[in-house]
Design a binder for this molecule. Structure first.
Ligand code: CA
Length: 240
């Protein structure tokens, strides 16, 4: 990967000391300032008020497992939008999906090669920067009835009330809402919102849509904003 600016901070959460040392060494060489812990609960406490540029976390951790930790980081605190890379010993496809649905951006399975991991980190940071760039300056606000989306601040309000969205929820909503009425297939949404993630499936799109509807729709069973295009995919309501 390209060298990270020295100001980028990564939090490494891994209880296996040899793996943690490997990560510390190579992320340090890549230019990151590395903070580390082997304890899930301690990681959560540290990350509550301190924004990181990247979090790498193991799934199997003492006191608080990586999936719960990831959900907690996404729910509130200083790292709701920070890129998160999960590491696990398990190789089951379902575990990857659980990891990604908990809000992680990518997944690496142990034993991993350090080159592979650094390549994933590089891709993640590039994608994150791209999304940040797209959100900057000239991005258009979207208003549909009672929903308002501000791409610069990455804020969504419904009837003036702020709605907390994960990064994936926000990106998916923004993708749909910037082109009202345009039908996106699940595959297109995967490509646009998750770009180079290889482990997400089209069901991931459905589950993020379902979470979004619970947060923004008056009646999630009878959605008025994110509409289903049967047999095809989804579209944002047009003609408000
Ligand atoms: Ca572990």
């Amino acid at each position: 990967m390209a060298d990270a600016p020295g100001s980028w901070r990564v939090l490494v959460v891994e209880d296996e000391l040899p793996v943690r040392e490997l990560l510390r060494l190579h992320l340090g060489l890549a230019g990151f300032e590395v903070e580390e812990t082997g304890d899930g609960r301690e990681a959560l406490e540290r990350a509550r008020d301190t924004p990181f540029d990247l979090v790498i976390l193991d799934v199997m951790l003492p006191r608080l497992d990586g999936v719960s930790l990831c959900r907690a980081l996404r729910a509130r605190g200083a790292n709701t939008a920070t890129p998160i890379l999960m590491v696990t010993a398990r190789d089951a496809e379902s575990d990857k999906v659980v990891g990604l649905e908990s809000g992680a951006d990518d997944y690496v399975t142990k034993p991993f090669g350090i080159r592979e991991l650094l390549a994933r980190v590089g891709a993640l940071m590039r994608r994150h920067r791209r999304q940040a760039d797209h959100g900057g300056g000239t991005a258009r606000h979207v208003t549909a009835g009672r929903l308002r989306l501000d791409p610069d601040r990455r804020e969504v309000t419904v009837r003036g009330q702020p709605v907390e969205l994960t990064r994936q929820e926000f990106d998916l909503l923004h993708q749909l809402a910037r082109q009202p009425g345009l039908v996106y297939s699940r595959a297109a949404l995967l490509q646009k919102v998750w770009s180079d993630d290889v482990y997400v499936t089209e069901r991931t799109v459905d589950s993020v849509i379902s979470r979004l509807r619970k947060k923004i729709e008056h009646d999630p069973q009878d959605p008025e904003l994110i509409l289903t295009a049967w047999g095809v995919g989804y579209k944002f309501v047009d003609g408000e």
